[in-house]
Design a protein around this ligand. Structure first.
Ligand code: PXP
Length: 251
């Protein structure tokens, strides 16, 4: 199968959420990773949160041992997570903001205010040969700071766009899409590889997939939710098809 120029990273956190609801071993996030890869995922993403509410340390270790597909390790910029990333050496580390009380990653990393504390984290991970990505709001100032930090990749937070698509406000959707469009083009102009993710679904992914500078989408909740009804393989294939339809608009 020819590889498309828009990669799909499948976030398997919520397989672990389901497992942890009862303790024990099922469903197994590693099995989910294998199924997603067989169905066409280009990468696997897992977020080891400080409170270990879904993915646990052992999951990350098993994923690193078992899968050959690139592993994207989502992490907060803490000493503990930097030490784990340095030991496990995933293909990529995506630095995200983390608040204990949030249900999910609510906003992008403020790379402007946190510039000085992020600089040594980016440098250390980079020194370990890990490709660093910064999860940021689609704002030019954030992209400029990410570039100055020396991260090769940014992931644009698509949460505001995804929320807008749940409303009837077409102008709001257009505004949020325009922000993503401008940010992606600004980032690519700075030489950054641009990814995007959060809140993407089969219904809203097409317009984001049609932004030419975006090279990768990271999608979790919608895929694991669909998997309950159709299985993970079919869920991944349907998302891939929706992405490809969006991308095909570029001609
Ligand atoms: N990208 C990042 C950096 C995230 O933190 C998340 C959520 O864990 C996602 C992508 C995936 O978001 P969702 O689960 O809403 O698809």
């Amino acid at each position: 199968m020819a590889r498309p120029d828009l990669r799909l990273g499948v976030n398997i956190d919520h397989v672990a959420t389901l497992r942890n609801a009862r303790g024990g071993f099922y469903p197994d996030p590693c099995r989910a990773a294998h199924e997603a890869i067989l169905a066409g995922a280009d990468g696997i993403t897992a977020h080891l949160r400080e409170d270990r509410r879904h993915i646990r340390d052992q999951d990350v270790e098993r994923l690193k041992r078992q899968i050959l597909t690139p592993l994207n390790f989502e992490m907060a910029a803490t000493d503990e997570m930097v030490a784990i990333a340095s030991r496990i050496r995933p293909h990529a580390a995506c630095i995200v903001p983390e608040k204990r009380e949030e249900r999910t990653t609510e906003g992008g990393l403020d790379v402007v205010s946190a510039f000085n504390s992020l600089a040594p984290v980016v440098e250390r991970l980079h020194g370990e040969g890990i490709r660093v990505s910064l999860f940021i709001e689609p704002e030019p100032a954030m992209l400029d700071a990410a570039r100055r930090l020396g991260a090769p990749v940014v992931e644009l937070h698509t949460g505001a766009y995804a929320e807008a698509t749940l409303s009837d406000d077409r102008d709001r959707v257009a505004r949020e899409l325009a922000r993503l469009f401008h940010a992606a083009s600004h980032g690519a102009g700075l030489g950054l590889e641009v990814h995007a993710g959060h809140g993407l679904t089969e219904e809203n992914v097409g317009d984001v997939a049609a932004i030419p500078e975006i090279a990768e989408l990271n999608i979790g909740h919608a895929l694991i939710s669909a998997a309950v009804f159709v299985g993970l393989g079919d869920a991944v294939r349907a998302m891939r098809a929706a992405m490809d339809r969006g991308r095909a608009r570029l001609g």
